[in-house]
Design a protein around this ligand. Structure first.
Ligand code: NAD
Length: 248
């Protein structure tokens, strides 16, 4: 039977939104998780003291964070089966002329370079095991324009290309890499849309064929599927979970 029981997961962006939901879902499936985030875990975080969970605070755009997180995971569990690169930031929907170099570097550093740094630290250990899977977080902004500004859209498109090349280069050595492209997911990243009369949130829901936002748990379910052996023949692709946004 295909199971995630005792599988070892290294997951970034664990302190909020989609990453938090992914962590809860992996733990519920019996997996062991090392979670990384720039911010500390909320004291009310439901899995803070879970016996199969360890937290490491760090910035994914720094190579030392990826090195330390990989070392911590190997020290705790002796292997890494699944890497999930979820940490990411939005860019305020700025067009390129309103994107400062600092903003560009911050968004690219977090969303794209962080994914590359973690992959490069973890991949040698997966190759030694002759098995491993990577799930990267793109977005509908990784497939079409309009879901972010210049830097965010560029970073999420780049995640798609990076994921395909990663899979092509290592698939024959037992590695599987895929990306997820969420649409409108109700997380702290989009909290401004829900402020006041929540006009923006209502507009997004009405423009979405499914007529609503999704909960982060729905993205977590897709992540678990992609990370499991049930998805063994799914390679180098990007799967939208967008309530039909891209069908129009
Ligand atoms: P969120 O803001 O709720 O969570 C993102 C987490 O990443 C936060 O805990 C944050 O502290 C962490 N993070 C940010 N920069 C970091 C860094 N440099 N190092 C380590 N951790 C860092 O957002 P979310 O909605 O859960 O988004 C998760 C991922 O999903 C992001 O990559 C985002 O681009 C993507 N996504 C979200 C949506 C959506 O509608 N919410 C849609 C498409 C894609």
């Amino acid at each position: 039977p295909t199971t995630l029981e005792e599988q070892v997961v290294l997951l970034t962006g664990v302190a909020s939104g989609i990453g938090q939901a992914q962590c809860e879902a992996f733990l519920s499936a019996g997996a062991r998780v090392v979670g990384v985030d720039l911010q500390k875990l909320d004291p009310a975080c439901p899995f803070k003291d879970h016996p199969k969970f360890h937290f490491m605070q760090g910035d994914v755009s720094q190579s030392l964070t990826a090195k330390n997180a990989t070392r911590l995971t190997l020290e705790k569990y002796g292997r890494i089966d699944i890497l999930v690169n979820t940490a990411g930031i939005l860019d305020g929907f700025s067009p390129t002329l309103e994107t400062s170099e600092a903003q560009w570097d911050l968004v690219m550093g977090t969303n794209l370079k962080g994914t590359y740094l973690f992959t490069n630290e973890v991949l040698p250990h997966m190759l030694a095991q002759k098995k491993g899977t990577v799930v990267n977080m793109s977005s509908i902004a990784g497939l079409v324009a309009g879901g972010g500004g210049a830097a965010y859209t560029a970073s999420k498109h780049a995640i798609v290309g990076y994921t395909k090349q990663l899979d092509l280069d290592y698939a024959k050595q037992g590695i599987r890499a895929n990306a997820i492209a969420p649409g409108a997911i109700r997380t702290p990243m989009n909290k401004a849309d829900f402020e006041g009369e929540a006009e923006m949130a209502k507009w997004v829901a009405s423009e979405t064929p499914a007529g609503r936002w999704a909960e982060p748990e729905e993205v977590a379910n897709l992540t678990l599927y992609l990370a499991s052996d049930l998805a063994d023949y799914i390679h180098g692709t990007v799967i939208p979970i967008d309530g039909g946004w891209l069908e129009k």
